[in-house]
Design a protein around this ligand. Structure first.
Ligand SMILES: NC(=O)c1ccc[n+]([C@@H]2O[C@H](COP(=O)([O-])OP(=O)(O)OC[C@H]3O[C@@H](n4cnc5c(N)ncnc54)[C@H](O)[C@@H]3O)[C@@H](O)[C@H]2O)c1
Ligand SMILES: [Zn+2]
Length: 336
């Protein structure tokens, strides 16, 4: 299969390219980082790049939480205008297969249950609570403590920041494209991806990158809140394998299918910091009580659908992956 990999020079995209090659496919990299003309917002270059292509694996995006609201227009431009231009060119070129890099950020806060009220959806956390060190969201009905659980694909979406909003809009655009063209669209909603080649710390990077970069400078990783935030850290090679599985599968035409893409084994951010620190030989993490507005408390996936329908399985364990990541190289500079 000839696959156009947008963002193919990025962290995840470059692993996708490698995994496709290893399976005997022909990946073509389309990325502004590799070639300044290869912008997904450029209709002419996208159209030319689609010649003879069987499928598109759309990884290109501006990632991360960003710096406040100031870069909102740039997120929308790259992620949503970019996706619209790409899908239009695919419609014209008759390319009917899309795999999209989705994200768990579309869910907002994860799934919680109250002993009295069952599954509830807490809203964004209040600044006064965060300032007072009350990090756990409480039951919106009775104020009781909640227990976090695993989010399924059918959970309601609730994007909490600009980046999350653009990732959700990408899915809606892909679904509209699938309905209009009969094409098949798959969104792999990645959880926290980490591994070799992860960009160094910038406002656009993931938490594993911040910790790893601090340790490389000989500094203690600074863990926000109380360190008990739960996440699903999934290794980049497993994410690349999920992309290959989705590209090779015969997916339903005319609709978008979403799959959570996580390891299925939640860990806390504090555990991740400790695992990296010990693999690097210290220093030990510091839990600071600071927070970032827009961060959610717990978000962990149920990836059963991906395992059942695409036969995918996460192969890299947390311990093994973190030990490798502690030694692995990182990429310099801001993405895009
Ligand atoms: N890293 C994670 O934990 C994570 C989690 C969920 C979803 N994702 C998604 O995975 C995808 C890849 O993310 P990543 O972590 O590899 O980030 P990355 O920044 O390393 O890769 C993104 C690539 O896209 C390219 N790009 C950006 N704008 C472009 C444009 N307009 N035209 C062409 N290329 C452009 C960049 O040059 C970069 O190489 C993104 O869609 C992101 O939203 C990542
Ligand atoms: Zn309650």
């Amino acid at each position: 299969m000839r696959v156009l990999v947008t963002g193919g020079a990025g962290f995840i995209g470059s692993h996708v390219v490698e995994a496709l090659r290893a399976r005997g496919h022909e990946p073509l990299v389309y990325d502004v980082r590799a070639d300044p003309a290869s912008d997904v917002r450029n209709p002419d270059t996208v159209s030319r790049a689609l010649t003879g292509v069987d499928a598109v694996c759309h990884q290109a995006a501006m990632v991360g939480l960003g710096a406040g609201f100031s870069d909102a227009a740039e997120y929308v431009s790259r992620n949503d205008l970019g996706t619209a231009v790409l899908l239009t060119a695919m419609a014209d070129a008759g390319v009917r297969r899309l795999v999209l890099a989705g994200s768990m950020v579309v869910y907002g806060e994860g799934r919680y249950t109250c002993v009295r009220h069952g599954v509830v959806r807490p809203g964004p956390r209040a600044v006064t609570d965060l300032d007072a060190g009350r990090f756990e969201p409480l039951c919106p009905v009775c104020g009781a403590q909640l227990s976090p659980g695993l989010v399924g694909e059918d959970a309601p979406v609730d994007p909490r920041n600009v980046y999350a909003t653009t990732k959700l809009a990408q899915e809606h655009l892909a679904a509209a494209w699938a309905r209009a063209t009969g094409g098949s669209a798959v969104s792999l909603r990645y959880h926290n991806v980490y591994g070799p080649g992860m960009p160094r710390d910038t406002p656009y990077a993931g938490v594993a990158s911040f910790f790893r970069s601090a340790l490389a400078r000989g500094e203690a990783p600074r863990v926000y809140e109380d360190g008990r935030q739960r996440r699903d850290f999934v290794h980049v090679r497993d994410v690349a394998a999920a992309n290959v599985a989705a590209l090779e599968a015969s997916s339903r035409g005319g609709a978008l299918t979403a799959y959570n893409t996580g390891s299925g084994k939640p860990h806390t951010v504090g555990e991740m910091a400790r695992a990296l620190a010990s693999a690097c030989g210290g220093p030990e993490p510091v839990v600071t009580g600071e927070y970032r507005l827009g961060d959610v408390r717990h978000i962990t996936a149920d990836s059963a659908r991906l395992r059942a329908e695409l036969g995918w399985e996460a192969g890299v364990s947390f311990g093994e992956g973190m030990r490798e990541f502690a030694r692995a190289g990182m990429r310099q500079g801001r993405s895009g």
